[in-house]
Design a protein around this ligand. Structure first.
Ligand code: CP3
Length: 363
């Protein structure tokens, strides 16, 4: 018998056990068996929690992302309350772009709003490279969190080039992404220059988080589902692939997620993900056929189902766990973020139910 630094006994010849790298969440991402199906929720830290609303009451969103004490407390809130298998850093996809020099704000009820949208080559030049000193508050928050979380893994994240480009070009949230697509089709050279810049910002932001100790990263391409597969492959995939390949040596699982991506699931996996996030529109067994045997899946309860009676929630959780058994690894999650009106008690019950239904006897 050997004893590792966490004091957990490990049998000779077996990998060291204990610590976040051996958690059910990281094991599922690596397609390794674990004691139960791990579960966390996109936007688990947020307005569904009264303790979040209280701490954020007089602090604007971007300011809260730049205060390591607040980031740490808000990130820990859903871990304490729900017993989820992973924490996700409290931040926003536009935080690194603001650090890169773009004047923007996050407006409550709207989302990111950019003061001067990026539409010309000169505008693209305004997006500066970033390093650790530009986001030192993230470095500090991750270190504080890793120390607090113990064996619970912390997920770092960033926005993928397409989704960030959409906010930069539109100047704010958009239903059609019309200006973004007009630039993409009308001036491919400028489009690729913009995405290449954003990819460097994203990669640098993720490297800061990895160096500070996150156990996994999620690349959010939330709005990629607005594109056909052909256009995704031509205009977007190379830039997301650059980000994901830049983390090849980092040794942490990479999750890649978007909404409405049924037609893109295979391509998003090929971009270099270890885990592909699936929204509620595609059953996980169907998604697995599209993604192939070499990647795990994450998802995919419709967040709106959490507003339905408990019997409905329970039935949907059972279905998703059953369909997830077709995948070589399954991380239970929602198909998109927690809705603010969700009763947090229901989230806690879902965590317990996933753990109970998926419990596997120790090998
Ligand atoms: O718990 C977590 O998931 C971590 C926190 C997190 C936030 N934003 C906090 C946040 C994460 C992972 C994000 C990523 C993010 N931000 C994405 C990708 C994920 C997704 O939802 O697809 C996108 C597209 C954004 C841009 C953005 N920021 C939007 C659309 C909004 C909502 C605007 C609103 O008020 O409805 C934000 C603001 C934001 N980011 C909030 C939170 C908790 C709400 C701000 C508040 O509480 O006042």
């Amino acid at each position: 018998m050997t004893t590792d630094t966490t004091g957990t006994a490990a049998r000779d010849g077996e990998p060291r056990s204990g610590g976040p790298a051996d958690s059910p969440f990281v094991r599922a991402c690596r397609r390794e068996p674990g004691p139960h199906t791990p579960v966390w929720f996109m936007r688990q830290a947020g307005r569904s929690l009264p303790e979040y609303r209280e701490i954020r009451a007089n602090v604007p969103m971007l300011e809260s992302c730049r205060r390591p004490d607040l980031v740490t407390e808000i990130t820990l809130q859903p871990v304490r309350r729900h017993g989820v298998d992973a924490a996700i850093l409290f931040s926003d996809i536009v935080v690194p772009v603001a650090a890169a020099g773009i004047d923007l704000d996050i407006v409550p009820g709207t989302g990111p709003v950019v003061a001067e949208p990026v539409r010309t080559a000169v505008d693209v030049e305004r997006i500066n490279p970033i390093g650790r000193d530009d986001v030192s508050y993230v470095d500090e928050a991750v270190r504080l969190l890793v120390a607090e979380l113990g064996d619970t893994p912390l997920i770092g994240f960033a926005g993928a080039p397409f989704t960030l480009a959409s906010y930069m070009v539109e100047g704010g949230p958009s239903r059609t992404h019309a200006k973004t697509k007009a630039l993409m089709y009308g001036d491919p050279e400028l489009w690729h220059a913009l995405c290449a810049r954003l990819a460097e910002v994203t990669l640098a932001f993720l490297r800061v988080q990895v160096d500070a100790g996150v156990s996994a990263v999620q690349l959010f391409d939330s709005w990629a589902g607005a594109l056909s597969e052909a256009d995704y492959r031509r205009y977007v995939l190379p830039h997301s692939a650059h980000v994901l390949a830049g983390l090849n040596e980092a040794g942490v699982p990479r999750i890649h997620f978007g909404v409405g991506t049924a037609e893109l699931l295979g391509a998003m996996g090929e971009a270099g993900a270890d885990v592909v996030g699936v929204d509620w529109r595609t059953p996980l067994d169907v998604a697995t056929r599209r993604i192939g045997p070499d990647r795990a899946v994450q998802g995919n309860l419709d967040p709106a189902v959490l507003l339905a009676p408990w019997e409905v929630v329970e039935g949907q959780v059972r279905r998703i766990l059953d369909q997830g058994r077709a995948a070589p690894g399954h991380v239970f999650n929602l198909g998109h973020g927690v809705l603010p009106e969700t009763d947090p008690e229901v989230l806690t019950r879902v965590v317990a139910l996933v753990h109970e239904l998926s419990a596997r006897p120790a090998a």
